[in-house]
Design a binder for this molecule. Structure first.
Ligand code: GUN
Ligand code: FE
Length: 431
């Protein structure tokens, strides 16, 4: 049993839903943690006075403690191509992505990148991520091993890709199925790890592979499925040529039984309302990846429409199409994308999406996402005055909402003072 003291903020509902209070804020609060789980969350004065004196208290007063961030879409193998110049999606894949993913045939390279990747997530306050590996089964082993060593929550899978890609990155429908099945048996629900069937996107899978991906998803209840949909207009046009029988790009996945609870689709920009309604009805999730959508010139996500139709939405960094590991930076750019789309993103809603909303979008809110009794004690310690500019700007804020908005606008990894997994400190900033 141990205690954490500081300013606590977490969410119990979506601030966009009217009615119930969404936010719990304790200016001087305490989290009690036992065996990696939250056993109590309350005001410091009341809680500390009835605790036995010998219980260790980690004092983070002056810092803001929130549930760890949930990154719902990222590619660990693209760590080394962030900020690659000059292309939109399809040319960017050919020119930068496929060559860098090729290197993951080498397990030593995969292990080195996986270790850096997990450390970088923690340095940015991200405690749960849903990640693409590469087509190589050993690339999945490398990522899960790195996450397991650090006790992180990680959802990941081997990319399925058997056409319209270089030969050196292609599997086949049959090997993709068999390799994925073996990885599910090896890793799914081992410690904090979860498997995701990972067809890269409809253009790079044959009909046979799409069928088998849907079968893997159906045969393993609890396993996830992740892919990309409707990111870029050239990509959408290509899918129309490759699958003329489908009503829409999303309908391709539907026809192969890849929409459902625990299926997570990155981007979801060029959808119509019939697509959105189908995602809502099947329980599928949209991952909104603003830094990527701006960097690759893909388009503007429609958050209001997704919410109106009742679709689950999480935030993703989409590194390396995305330009930062920082979920704070993802929120900053989400605000700007929505501005360009005539929509608003309050700071409360933004931090909800990065924490409880992300957990709900991954159907993990029974385990993570806020400080309710019994949740896994993953949290981030934010220094609201981490830089001279932040300190100055903070001095001119009055409300919690203003402070949060400045943190997401100006903040990045420099604001992360520490990150805890299952109560234990997994990252601490050098001061
Ligand atoms: N669509 C298919 N593959 C990818 C990828 O690696 N990144 C992004 N952003 N979109 C994709
Ligand atoms: Fe992606």
């Amino acid at each position: 049993l141990h205690a954490i003291r500081g300013e606590l903020l977490h969410f119990v509902a979506d601030p966009a839903d009217q009615g119930a209070t969404s936010t719990e804020h304790l200016p001087d609060g305490v989290l009690l943690i036992e065996n990696g789980h939250i056993t109590e969350c309350g005001p410091a004065d009341a809680l500390l006075s009835r605790l036995p004196a010998h219980i260790p208290v980690t004092d983070y007063r002056g810092k803001l403690i929130m549930p760890g961030f949930v990154d719902t879409h990222i590619h660990y193998a693209q760590t080394d191509i962030i900020g690659s110049y000059g292309e939109q999606l399809l040319a960017w894949l050919e020119k930068y992505t496929f060559p860098t993913e090729r290197r993951f045939a080498d397990p030593a390279h995969a292990a080195e990148v996986a270790g850096f990747f997990c450390d970088e997530l923690l340095k940015n306050g991200t405690t749960t991520a849903m990640a693409f590996a590469t087509v190589h089964p050993t690339s999945v082993d490398a990522l899960f091993e790195a996450a397991q060593q650090r006790h992180m929550r990680m959802i990941a899978g081997k990319v399925l890709m058997d056409r319209n890609c270089p030969d050196f990155l292609a599997d086949t429908a049959e090997t993709g199925y068999a390799d994925s099945k073996a990885l599910i048996e090896k890793w799914h629900e081992r410690d904090r790890l979860l498997y995701a069937v990972t067809p890269r996107f409809a253009p790079t899978s044959s009909r046979e592979q799409m069928t088998l991906a849907g079968r893997l998803f159906a045969e393993h209840p609890g396993v996830y499925l992740q892919s990309h949909v409707a990111e870029n207009r050239g990509e959408v046009a290509w899918v129309t040529e490759l699958y003329p029988e489908a009503r829409s790009y999303l309908d391709v996945y539907d026809r192969y039984h890849q929409l459902g609870v625990r299926s997570v689709y990155a981007h979801c920009i060029w959808l119509d309302d019939a697509d959105r309604q189908r995602m809502a009805d099947t329980g599928a999730t949209m991952s909104f990846c603003p830094t990527s959508n701006l960097f690759l010139g893909s388009g503007l996500f429609d958050l209001d429409r997704a919410h109106q139709l009742g679709v689950r939405v999480g935030i993703g960094t989409d590194v390396g199409g995305g330009t930062s590991f920082s979920m704070l930076q993802a929120l900053n750019e989400a605000y700007k994308v929505l501005q360009l789309n005539g929509q608003q993103l309050s700071a409360e809603r933004a931090f909800y999406l990065a924490t409880l909303g992300g957990a709900r979008s991954l159907y993990l809110d029974d385990r993570i996402g806020n400080f309710k009794l019994g949740k896994e004690a993953d949290f981030v310690v934010i220094d609201p005055a981490a830089t001279p500019l932040l300190a100055r700007r903070m001095a001119h804020t009055r409300t919690l909402a203003e402070r949060l908005f400045v943190i997401m606008t100006l903040g990045d990894d420099r604001c992360i003072a520490a990150t805890h997994l299952l109560g234990e400190r997994a990252y601490v900033a050098q001061s």
